[in-house]
Design a protein around this ligand. Structure first.
Ligand code: HDD
Length: 723
């Protein structure tokens, strides 16, 4: 078999190059097994021994080299965001952004900037489930012609803490407890809520974490945010503040918490598989890059501080302007070489973009390089192919662990005359980076700005902006998480904090926990200095623009404006021997033409024989898959198939569970008998998410319409539903 040659990012960018390398590989005999030093191996099956039954010899250099390399295959996993998946793609700007930024990739509309994007969870280890209730990392490396720009964001626009000084404390609290390393990939435990209940600055982020945003249906269906306020700098050196957003073209979708927990068992790689399969099948995930731009002069016009990473700018106040599109179109070749070794850094910026004094961002500027030193083993991690810039790299840095560049000549200092002064510093006209000359005249202090102390207004705004089902999900999530907390005082402190956010929210959670909301919790208040009135920050923003609701914060309200597509949604068609072929294939054809992914699921594997003797291939069985892995389910018709499925507990469970998770369910009219065996039999005619039809064309149409609505949340009011 022809073997692929090893590739670097720049090789990957150039298909011609890759072909050339492949040919070279064959010509140079790369098909032979060799040691790492190029000696061809004649036997890779047995170690070298003294006699057939004798001991292994120390001299076996091939065995020792192979085993030593194997013994060192793992590198330390990331301290946070250890679990992740990534893909390659491209970014293209719609219109030149010269008015605001001189960044080349945001000005040249013909340029396709290569990107590498890594999505992740935060708390769990490398092998943990994708479906934890957690923030998702959304880190984008733009390989621009002016150097790498990393937008190291999350799928939530705010953060837990305001100052990087608290990051190690926050991470220690959320990670598994250190005495027994329990629980894995979950915030539902004492140390997390202990910290949160004592750090009221986390109130806003906690609302996001308890919302459906923390259990996305797919990486492809979530928003991304740069979180901090950045600066754009134009050619004239004029600065504007900017917040970055990623808007998924498939719209936003989430799963239910019960479903997430089930998926964690049935397919812990759910998001990883979903991203991989979508790209393999050519359904390339796409996001639009959006920006909220605020003029320098308007910095203090908001009722919060733009430098505070626990605050967002409501889109209703400063609209998100979509300025370009990112398409992920290629899976990595090597998980380790690319996804594991990629090193993102908030400090990787290019001319036209700059930092602000957000104290969380400032701390991150130190942390990311520092962590790579131990994770990737030294200061040369920029030479790992996935991290290499496509812009030329020339400087006087030399040597160090794992150095790959072979520098020539004797000059490694500046200024020099022996190398004619090379490499030169680049002036402004040559694209040299120069920091924004922000005026600073201040006392050195260890304190927070007064403008950072309103911890609750935006938490309340978030809660108020949710629809009723979404509010219920937040309440249920809090009941679940706090219900797992063993220390009653922590639960009580959280109720006190929730009361500050919204009294109804606090009461509902308190009811679930059967606790009273405490009137006063001394410890929490100690964190707000006595001389600070959190409401004292006086905005100059016109009062009439103050808002109490922001629909863009709600997934459901966002759906109203998003594309009504069912593209890439997964549909299960349940059938057995004796099924009506048309009832399967016609509906499947209609769903495929809308871009859905369709699996035929039967009690047994490989194939079924339809009532007309046609052989129909089966994708999964009721044993190897589950309803939680699909977006919708359809039961095909055909007397014999129906008779079999009526007696199949797994088939009935499949439907019950799909109903419980509020998913669209369709059945050929003759298969109604199966639906009558479910616990939702009495809802068949009333439920908007159930389609039963004998005319298959009408059925497909109605089913597709139901699927485009994603979920039928009203079912959650039917009372406790077994599954
Ligand atoms: Fe961080 C990884 C996002 C605050 C320190 N962070 C990491 C990744 C993402 C973020 C997406 C994974 C990158 C990848 O896929 O390899 N982090 C954020 C966001 C934050 C944030 C959006 C708040 C706005 N982080 C933050 C702070 C610090 C760090 C305040 C420390 C001061 N983050 C790290 C780290 C990691 C990391 C320990 C672990 C692995 C790595 O950097 O490369 O340095």
């Amino acid at each position: 078999m022809k073997k692929k040659a090893d590739k670097s990012v720049s090789d990957n960018l150039n298909a011609k190059n890759t072909d050339l390398l492949n040919n070279t590989a064959v010509q140079t005999g790369k098909e032979f097994l060799t040691t790492n030093h190029g000696v061809r191996i004649s036997d890779d099956q047995n170690s070298l021994k003294a006699g057939e039954r004798g001991p292994t010899l120390l001299e076996d250099f091939h065995f020792r080299e192979k085993m030593t390399h194997f013994d060192h295959e793992r590198i330390p996993e990331r301290i946070v965001h250890a679990r992740g998946s990534a893909a390659h793609g491209v970014f293209k700007v719609y219109e030149p952004m010269a008015k605001y930024t001189k960044a080349g990739f945001l000005n040249d509309t013909n340029r396709e900037t290569p990107v590498f994007v890594r999505f992740s969870t935060v708390g769990g280890s490398r092998g943990s489930t994708d479906m934890a209730r957690d923030v998702r990392g959304f880190a984008v490396k733009f390989y621009t012609e002016e150097g790498n720009f990393d937008l190291v964001g999350n799928n939530m626009p705010v953060f837990f803490i305001q100052d990087a000084m608290k990051f190690p404390d926050f991470v220690h609290a959320v990670k598994p407890e250190p005495n027994n390393e329990i629980p894995q990939a979950s915030s539902a435990h004492d140390t997390f809520w202990d910290f949160i209940s004592l750090a009221p600055e986390s109130a806003h982020m906690i609302m996001w974490l308890m919302s459906d945003r923390a259990i996305p249906r797919s990486y492809r269906m979530m928003e991304g945010f740069g979180v901090h306020t950045f600066r754009f700098i134009n050619q004239d050196g004029i600065s504007s503040f900017v917040k970055f957003h990623w808007k998924p073209l498939l719209g936003m979708h989430s799963v239910t918490w019960d479903e997430a927990q089930n998926i964690s068992g049935k397919d812990p790689d759910f998001h990883r598989r979903d991203l991989w399969e979508a790209i393999e099948s050519g359904s390339f995930p796409e996001w639009e890059l959006g920006v909220q731009i605020v003029a320098e002069a308007d910095e203090h016009k908001f009722d919060f501080d733009l430098l505070d990473p626990t605050k967002l700018i409501p889109e209703e106040i400063v609209p998100v302007v979509k300025i370009g599109k990112m398409t992920l179109n290629r899976n990595p070749d090597s998980f380790f070489a690319e996804t594991e070794q990629v090193a993102f850094h908030v400090g990787h910026i290019v001319p036209g973009i700059d930092f602000t004094n957000d104290p969380l961002m400032q701390g991150r500027l130190f942390s990311y390089t520092d962590t790579q030193l131990s994770r990737l083993g030294g200061p040369n991690f920029h030479e790992i192919p996935i991290n290499r810039s496509i812009a030329p790299v020339n400087n006087n840095q030399r040597d160090g662990m794992h150095r790959q560049t072979i520098n020539t000549g004797k000059v490694s200092y500046n200024p020099n005359s022996l190398a004619s002064g090379c490499p030169f510093q680049a002036g402004k006209m040559d694209g040299g980076f120069s920091s924004y000359a922000e005026k600073i005249d201040a006392h050195k202090i260890r304190n927070r700005s007064k403008s950072f102390f309103d911890h609750f207004s935006q938490a309340t705004l978030f809660f108020n902006s949710q629809t009723e089902p979404e509010k219920k999900h937040i309440i249920d999530a809090l009941k679940f998480e706090l219900g797992k907390v063993e220390t009653i005082a922590i639960r009580q402190r959280m109720l006190y904090i929730l009361q500050e956010i919204d009294p109804v929210l606090a009461q509902e959670v308190a009811k679930g926990l059967r606790l009273d909301i405490p009137k006063n919790i001394g410890l929490v208040n100690q964190l707000v200095p006595a001389d600070i009135d959190p409401k004292s920050y006086q905005p100059v923003y016109p009062k009439e623009l103050a808002i109490t609701e922001s629909p863009s914060l709600s997934i459901i309200q966002n759906m109203v404006n998003s594309l009504k597509t069912i593209a890439t949604r997964k549909v299960a068609i349940i059938a057995s021997d004796g099924a009506n072929e048309n009832s399967i294939m016609n509906v499947k054809k209609d769903l495929l033409s809308e871009g859905a992914v369709v699996h035929i699921i039967a009690p047994t594997d490989n194939y079924i024989i339809a009532e007309n003797e046609a052989k129909i291939m089966v994708d999964k069985t009721l044993l190897t898959t589950a309803s939680v892995l699909y977006d919708a389910v359809y039961v095909a018709g055909g007397a014999a198939s129906i008779a079999t499925l009526k007696n199949d507990g797994d088939a009935i469970h499949f439907l019950n569970e799909a109903f419980k998770h509020c998913k669209p369910i369709a059945a050929s009219l003759d298969a109604k008998e199966i639906l009558e065996l479910t616990y939702f039999a009495n809802k068949l005619s009333k439920d908007k998410g159930i389609v039963m039809e004998s005319d298959l064309t009408v059925l497909s149409k109605q089913f597709i319409m139901a699927m485009s609505q994603h979920r039928f949340w009203e079912r959650e009011n039917y009372g406790k539903i077994p599954a």
